[in-house]
Design a protein around this ligand. Sequence first.
Ligand code: C5P
Length: 228
Amino acid sequence: MGVVLPAGGSGSRMAEAGAPPKQFRRLGGAPVLVQTLRAFHRHPAVNVAVVVVPVGEEAATRALLAEYGAEADVVTGGPSRQASVAHGVRALPPAVRTVLVHDAVRPFVSQAVIASVLQAVLAHGAAAAALPVADTLRQGGRGPLFGTTVPREGLWAMQTPQGARRDWLVRAAANAAGHLATDEVGLLQHAGHPVWIVEGDARNTKLTRPSDWKLAEALWPDWAASEE
Ligand code: C5P
């Protein structure tokens, strides 16, 4: 099985003066990207990993992975997450028939979630981790009044890993015809493939805002002790 870790975004929501992009910030003594990569390498079914980075970051990322002894091919990202993932999938060796895609900025991915998504991909062709929405949802602008309530029954907050048979992913990307999905589920469904839901993990969040970082640092020691 092959893993693609898109880390090609600029991380503008997390940007702080002088701080490196979020995927290169340190968590528990190593860059987030390295911690995420280590989680996948700990899983016995993972044979190969590809990291997709912003243009110009390739050499620095290779050096960083070497410094931490983390093995992965490094390829250049594209203008969208979808394009970056397509670059990553293309770089996997031809023998790889099953692909998991995981946001590089979700280092709290458990072995249990990786195993469940992989099992569902092997059984059904495509699968993704998600959590049932727990908060009440309202739609509206940023004005002083709330808009309408959106019934949350049957709604899922999508996470990664999201994975599929490689041929499904490749064909879906080739036939997207301008359709830009924000995740692999969107792309696969656009191509007509059903995607199996796998229960994710509340800790498996995307480190997006500066406040996420403080929480991540507080949680890391216990997490590392239970997973490593
Ligand atoms: O923008 P968003 O937070 O949805 O990004 C999710 C993941 O996709 C991040 O790991 C980000 O680095 C990656 N990404 C990418 N190429 C882009 C945009 C985002 O690999 N052009």
